[in-house]
Design a protein around this ligand. Structure first.
Ligand SMILES: C[S@@+](CC[C@H](N)C(=O)[O-])C[C@H]1O[C@@H](n2cnc3c(N)ncnc32)[C@H](O)[C@@H]1O
Length: 243
């Protein structure tokens, strides 16, 4: 049984924590990008969460379904709308009996799959839900290894009065753990979440193995060029029409 890192306490506070990436300015370009690819088809979101993207995409006229491991996140989504069909399950393996023009996985969530086998299974699962010619979209950070000099495996990603965040990298195994420390009601609380980092080239290979090919890679949702210095990417693979 896979561990759920988005239980009740996290799910209740998720939208508040994600406020900066939930504004119309942040979400608008994501929705337009995804709506363009979906065309007249249905879309499926892997790791739909509380619907930060799925709800506005649905309101924009794209029918959206979802898969998520967390009952608590799905309960938050259900409290917002009853018109999105979302099922509880692992997006590496869970199958919905439907085909889609678009499957998408945003906000670094591919990293939640902590082995290469699971990430590859996710690509295969996406391809198996796509109509021929359909698109699979991933938004994920470029691994921050260039920030780490030899001998160093810790990167501080947040430091404020009452919150600290440190990523701990392991290069031999390609995994990293995000450690979150916070002072809440006068108590120090810690949450550590395991991830697997993955470079764009490895994702392209997984896509090929799953019968998809890269059709675009950008640094952001407004199709900013992807360069040597880009810190994240939005990548689009297309399912082979012949399969
Ligand atoms: C960072 S949140 C992103 C939620 C939403 N997509 C968004 O952009 O706000 C990651 C979500 O993926 C879900 N998740 C993580 N690993 C999963 C897995 N293996 N299968 C299904 N859902 C998963 C979590 O429960 C959580 O809701």
């Amino acid at each position: 049984m896979k561990k759920d890192y988005f239980g009740e306490g996290i799910a209740e506070r998720y939208d508040e924590g994600a406020a900066a990436v939930s504004t119309p300015e942040a979400v608008g370009p994501v929705v337009e990008f995804l709506a363009r690819l979906a065309g007249d088809s249905r879309a499926l979101e892997f790791g739909i969460g509380t619907g930060r993207i799925a709800v506005p995409l649905h309101e924009r006229g794209v029918p959206v379904d979802g898969i998520d491991l967390s009952d608590a996140m799905l309960a938050q989504l259900a409290a917002k709308t009853s018109s999105i069909h979302a099922v509880q399950g692992d997006f590496a393996t869970t199958r919905i009996d439907q085909f889609y023009g678009l499957v998408f996985l945003v906000f670094n969530t591919i990293n939640n799959l902590t082995t290469q086998d699971e990430q590859l299974a996710c690509f295969r699962n996406a391809a198996s839900h796509l109509e021929p010619g359909g698109y699979f979209v991933i938004e994920v950070g470029v691994p921050k290894l260039r920030l780490l000099p030899p001998g160093q495996n810790l990167h501080t990603f947040h430091l404020s009065e009452d919150r600290w965040g440190i990523d701990e990298y392991h290069f031999a195994t390609q995994d990293f753990t995000s450690h979150h420390f916070a002072v809440r009601d006068g108590e120090l609380v810690r949450m550590s979440v395991p991830f697997r980092y993955v470079f764009p080239e490895e994702l392209d290979l997984m896509a090929k193995v799953a019968g998809m090919r890269l059709v675009g890679r950008w640094a952001g949702w407004q199709e900013e060029p992807f360069t040597d210095d880009s810190t994240s990417h939005v990548s689009v693979w297309q399912r082979d029409v012949s399969r």
